[in-house]
Design a protein around this ligand. Structure first.
Ligand code: UDP
Ligand code: MG
Length: 319
C-alpha cells in the first residue's frame, strides 16, 4: 500500500569545515526539498569546525526550515550524525555530506522508493574507479573481513547518503553502544532496504577529513564491533602452534635417542623465537583492540556535547 504522497522530511548534514560548500549546497537542497516533501527541516551539525562554517550555518538558521546544532568540539562524523538524528523530527530522515559529493536530486528517488514501501533507500556507489589503487584494495579487504562471519552483511559501496523511515531512525537511536560504526548499525537494524546506484561527484571545496590513519581506525572500529572471529582465529592459531611444537618435540626426542646430540641449529632457534614472539604480540594486540573498546563502552560517556541549538521548526512546503 503506497504511503502518503509527500512526507515531512528532516535532512541531517554533518559539517566539519564546509563553509564554502554550504553556500552552494543549501540553495540546491532547499529547492529539492520544496518539491518532494510536505514540510522539511535541514539540520546542520557543526562538528567543531575551525573555519567560517558555524557563522555560515547560523546565517542559514535564520531562514525558515534551517536549524544549526553546534557541538562543543570535533567529535567525528559518526557522532555528528547521531546528534543530528536525535534532533530530527520528520516522518523520514535523509542524511547527506556537505561537500556536494552527494547529489541532492537523488532525494526524489529516495522518496519515491519510500512511498512504495521501502523503509530505507540508500545511495550505493557503482564503482570505485575514481579512487586510488590502495584505497580500493583496502575497501575490498575490509568488506571481505567484516562479512567473513555469518550474521549481518555490510553491503560494499553503501555510504551514509540515505533516507530512513521514522521506525528505522528510532531503532538506530535505541542502540546503546558508544562505538557508532554506522554502516554496520544500518545493516544490523535491517528493515526493507533499497539500493539506488549513483556515482559520487568529486569534493567541491576543501579536503576529505578521512586520511589513511582515520580510515584504518574506522575499519578497526567496524571490525571489532561486528565480528569476533579475530579472537577465535587467535585461539585456533595458538592450538595449531602447540600441536606443531608437540609433533616437532617428538621428532627431536626420537632423533636424539637414535643419533645422539647434534649441536647446531642456532639459526632455527633464533628464527623460531622471533616468529613466536611476533605471533604472541599480534595476538595480544588483537585481544587489546577488543579490550580497549570494552573500556570505551563501560565508561558510558555521552557521544557528543551540544554547545548551542539555533533555529525553529519545519518549513511548510505544501498544504
Ligand atoms: N565530517 C564531520 N566531522 C568530521 C569529519 C567529517 O562532520 O570529523 C563531515 C564532513 O563535513 C562531510 C562528511 O562528514 O560533510 C564527509 O566527510 P568527508 O568528505 O571528509 O569524507 P569522505 O567523503 O572523504 O568520506
Ligand atoms: Mg566527502
Amino acid at each position: 500500500m503506497p504511503r502518503a504522497a509527500l512526507p515531512s522530511l528532516s535532512c541531517v548534514i554533518p559539517c566539519h569545515n564546509e563553509a564554502r560548500n554550504l553556500a552552494r549546497l543549501l540553495p540546491m537542497l532547499a529547492a529539492v526539498l520544496d518539491s518532494c516533501s510536505r514540510a522539511w527541516e535541514v539540520i546542520l551539525v557543526d562538528d567543531g569546525s575551525t573555519d567560517g562554517t558555524l557563522a555560515e550555518a547560523l546565517q542559514w538558521a535564520e531562514l525558515p526550515g534551517f536549524r544549526c546544532l553546534q557541538l562543543s568540539r570535533n567529535f567525528g562524523k559518526e557522532a555528528a550524525l547521531t546528534a543530528g538524528l536525535q534532533e530530527a523530527t520528520g516522518e523520514v530522515v535523509v542524511m547527506m555530506d556537505a561537500d556536494l559529493q552527494h547529489p541532492p536530486a537523488l532525494i526524489h528517488e529516495f522518496v519515491r522508493h519510500w512511498r512504495y514501501g521501502a523503509d530505507v533507500a540508500f545511495a550505493q556507489r557503482r564503482h570505485r574507479e575514481d579512487e586510488g589503487f590502495l584505497k580500493r584494495l583496502g575497501a575490498r579487504g575490509f568488506y571481505a573481513l567484516v562479512n567473513a562471519a555469518d550474521g549481518v552483511e555490510v553491503p560494499a559501496g553503501a555510504g551514509d547518503f540515505r533516507l530512513m523511515d521514522r521506525v528505522v531512525v528510532d531503532a538506530l537511536l535505541a542502540l546503546p553502544e558508544r562505538n557508532r560504526f554506522m554502516k554496520g548499525l544500518y545493516a544490523w537494524v535491517g528493515f526493507r532496504t533499497v539500493a539506488v546506484p549513483y556515482q559520487p561527484e568529486p569534493r567541491a571545496h576543501g579536503n576529505s577529513s578521512f586520511n589513511l590513519l582515520r580510515l584504518i581506525k574506522l575499519s578497526l572500529d567496524g571490525l571489532t564491533a561486528f565480528t569476533n572471529w579475530p579472537l577465535r582465529a587467535v585461539s585456533v592459531m595458538g592450538m595449531v602452534m602447540a600441536l606443531l611444537a608437540f609433533v616437532y618435540g617428538g621428532f627431536l626426542t626420537v632423533s636424539y635417542l637414535l643419533y645422539g646430540h647434534e649441536v647446531s641449529g642456532w639459526t632455527t632457534i633464533v628464527v623460531s623465537l622471533m616468529l613466536f614472539v611476533g605471533i604472541q604480540l599480534v595476538s595480544l594486540g588483537v585481544v587489546g583492540e577488543y579490550v580497549g573498546r570494552i573500556f570505551e563502552e563501560v565508561k558510558a560517556r555521552p557521544l557528543f556535547v551540544v554547545r548551542s541549538r539555533v533555529g525553529r521548526g519545519m518549513k511548510v512546503a505544501r498544504k
